[in-house]
Design a protein around this ligand. Structure first.
Ligand code: FAD
Length: 390
């Protein structure tokens, strides 16, 4: 039987960043990941980092490429009624955000942990959490054809929405708050220059669209689609036509199209689990909460959880005090609910929900208010750049 101080389930951004921060503070952690290293490094997901996330990556010693290749964005556009309103993030809050693909971040984190052989076990199966409500938790798993057991002081469940950690807690011991949205996002990745130097969020009667990017030569575009749609129904040309139809003319006219590198449909959901700590088991990132991607919060919330938990564990191993560790759930949930509210609101503002003309008039009125009122723009900007850490 092996032992470690912190057993981490999942090598997504949460699990690897936590492992990296703990390692830099002399704390031993082993990460168990069910997928292969190549698979994890190729997953296409988020692309926008709040500045507090960037600072955490610097603290973890993995920000060299982020600072070199990331694109600083001082604002973004909200397009509606064939016009545009710019949210001046920098002018309204003094802060910017950074565009850097999660795929690249994942590679940086994997690379950093590779310096510690055995710290990440890839392709493990049948992970089971044991005794997390005692002082001697264990994790059992299958690796390279054999069953193993890992003793630890704490378990960090960083295994995402479909993982085993949240499911290990009986439903009667946790609360789950959920909102499922009646549409999805069809995303397309292509090696074409972005349509604009900043992100463009478009509200249109045909549905929402987002013009995003991963670098100066790689664009990521999304259109709102039906939940029943299949990727095969969306040829590249159908996607590009639909995207152009949802954009103001000044943008549609300069859209550069090209063959897709990847196309996928993601359902939209808000979910919060309370609490985020059960004895010696912590739920971290998507294992605890999901937000619709409209506010670009998923990855940033995961990083914020990691920061709070890492602080607590470092204090525990330095001083023996569990004060910060015991506050993990309370402190993390404050930020989680702020981001959940903003992501829900921004999704509600920009998407086409129904044919109800009353609801549509309200959306139009709210968008006009946003364009007219600097107070309304400031509220959006403050939420978009995210709160500072306390
Ligand atoms: C398709 C998609 C698109 C997204 N787009 C955006 C976006 O545009 N903007 C945004 O902000 N956010 C986006 N997100 C959300 C963002 O990517 C997540 O919030 C972020 O990845 C959370 O990181 P995590 O480490 O907590 O979870 P994950 O990235 O889900 O990592 C969990 C890890 O645990 C592993 N795992 C799962 N089960 C087990 C098990 N039983 N045993 C061992 N390992 C296990 C998984 O393989 C995975 O590697 C998107 C998410 C998805 C799924």
């Amino acid at each position: 039987m092996r032992s470690t101080q912190v057993a981490i389930v999942g090598a997504g951004p949460s699990g690897l960043l936590l492992a990296q921060l703990l390692s830099r503070n002399g704390i031993d952690a082993i990460v168990l990941e069910r997928r292969s290293r190549d698979y994890v490094q190729a997953r296409i997901r988020a692309g926008l980092l709040e500045w507090t996330t960037v600072e955490l990556l610097q603290e973890a010693g993995v920000a060299e490429r982020v600072m070199r290749d990331g694109l600083v964005h001082d604002g973004f556009d909200v397009a509606f009624a064939n016009g545009c309103h710019r949210i001046d993030l920098k002018g309204l809050t003094g802060r910017s955000v950074l565009v850097y693909g999660q795929t690249e971040l994942q590679k940086d984190l994997v690379q950093a942990r590779a310096s510690d052989p055995g710290a990440v076990l890839w392709e493990v199966a049948d992970v089971v959490l044991h005794d997390w409500d005692t002082r001697a938790p264990r994790v059992s798993y299958t690796h390279a054809g054999a069953r193993h057991e890992l003793r630890c002081d704490y378990i960090a469940g960083c295994d995402g929405y479909h993982g085993v950690s949240r499911a290990a807690v009986p439903p009667q011991q946790r609360l789950q708050f959920e909102r499922v949205y009646p549409f999805g996002w069809l995303g397309l990745l292509a090696d074409v220059p972005p349509l604009h130097e900043e992100l463009v969020y478009a509200h249109h009667e045909r549905g929402f669209a987002l013009c995003s990017m991963r670098s100066r030569g790689r664009s990521r575009y999304y259109v709102q689609c039906s939940l029943g749609d299949k990727v095969q129904q969306w040829s590249d040309s159908r996607f590009w036509d639909e995207l152009a139809a949802r954009l103001p003319e000044r943008y549609a006219g300069r859209l550069v199209t090209g063959p897709s590198l990847e196309k996928s449909i993601a359902p939209l959901r808000s979910l919060v689990t309370e609490p985020m700590q059960f004895g010696r088991l912590f739920l971290v990132g998507d294992a605890a909460h999901i937000v619709p991607p409209t506010g670009a919060k998923g990855l940033n919330l995961a990083a914020a959880d990691v920061r709070v938990l890492a602080r607590g564990l470092v204090e525990f191993y330095r001083t023996g005090s569990t004060t910060l560790v015991d506050e993990y759930s309370h402190r993390a949930l404050r930020r989680v609910w702020q981001a959940t509210r903003f992501s829900w609101w921004f999704t509600t503002l920009l998407h086409r929900f129904s044919a109800d003309p009353f609801a549509q008039r309200l959306q139009s009125a709210e968008l006009e208010y946003l364009a007219r009122s600097s107070a309304a723009s400031r509220t959006v900007a403050e939420n978009y750049v995210g709160p500072s850490f306390d």
